[in-house]
Design a protein around this ligand. Structure first.
Ligand code: AMP
Length: 290
């Protein structure tokens, strides 16, 4: 595996390997099985080309009061993990390599990113779009792989690719979970032992109500949302940030379960960190399950 630290090294490597397809998996490091499942998916998509992983804790997607300093960093272990998963190139730039100190241009998405996580993390998706756009311009990947764990991020990136005419194809991988159902996340390490014990309730509640929706227990999304909120509130000390049921494409709140597929999403603020999760339900007039 090759480690590239600078833009100069990256562009030299790209010109030496110009003819090989490139698949990029952007990450912020502290790698776990959720990330490595995307490396494996990237390998499947690479058609004998090269799998690239970027490891970069992107400061512009953290708000001023968020956990940029506390965000776990483990570069040496991450590089080993990349090696073990057959990654060809790890791109590990410094912040100064990516952002000029007086940078004054960013990429903003103005619809999908305003709700859900965007409502409580203003500017977060501008940071995400900006770094992903920069990585796409720097690495020029044919394909880029993202996790459904960050469902809103995936929708925002697909929209950015559509609206800015990037030629990179976006592929998504399913959420990988701990044995107790908790979605793997670099932030899980920041939970207190008690909150770690409670945290699987988020997925448990979302999946229980997803099953109830599929069995037509809930007449409207509102009753289903209330049920999820009750299940979470009664079991965890964390504060619910949001529970929503949305159209998976537009992220608009669903008014009924009659036709559309539904995505159930929740965010919970624990004492030391904020966790998100989501689960899909197929619409009643389709046979495909998500
Ligand atoms: P991050 O390092 O948190 O920025 O995540 C990098 C990529 O890994 C994003 O596309 C995430 O959606 C994805 N990811 C994070 N956790 C998981 C998980 N548990 N399962 C699948 N993908 C994940």
């Amino acid at each position: 595996m090759i480690q590239l630290n600078s833009l100069q090294e990256l562009s030299e490597w790209i010109s030496e390997n110009r003819d090989l397809p490139r698949v990029l998996v952007p990450t912020m490091g502290a790698l776990h099985r959720g990330h490595t499942s995307l490396f494996d998916l990237a390998r499947e998509q690479s058609l004998h080309g090269r799998v690239m992983v970027s490891i970069f804790v992107n400061p512009t997607q953290f708000g001023p009061t968020e956990d940029l300093e506390e965000y776990p960093r483990s570069l040496q272990e991450d590089l080993e993990e990349c090696r073990l998963h057959g990654v060809d190139v790890a791109f590990t730039p410094q912040v100064s390599e990516i952002y000029a100190s007086d940078a004054s241009i960013s990429v903003q998405e103005s619809q999908l990113s305003k709700r859900l996580c965007g409502a409580s993390r203003p500017g977060h998706f501008d940071g995400v779009c900006t770094i992903v756009a920069k990585l796409f311009l720097m690495a020029q990947p044919d394909v880029a792989v993202f996790g459904e764990k960050d469902f809103q991020q995936l929708a925002v990136i697909r929209r950015m690719v559509r609206d800015l005419n990037f030629s990179t194809r976006i592929v998504s991988g399913p959420t990988i979970r701990e044995e107790d159902g908790l979605a793997m996340s670099s932030r899980n390490a920041l939970l207190s032992p008690k909150d770690r014990q409670d945290a699987p309730i988020i997925y448990e509640s979302l999946s229980k109500v997803a099953q109830e929706i599929a069995s037509r227990v809930h007449a409207t999304p509102n009753t289903a949302i209330r049920r999820i909120r009750d299940l979470i509130e009664n079991a965890v000390s964390g504060e619910i940030d949001y529970v929503e049921i949305v159209d998976p494409m537009t992220l608009e709140p669903l008014q009924s379960f009659d036709q559309a597929d539904a995505r159930l999403l929740a965010a919970v603020q624990f004492e030391s960190t904020r966790l998100i999760d989501n689960v899909g339900v197929a619409g009643f007039n389709t046979s495909a399950s998500r």
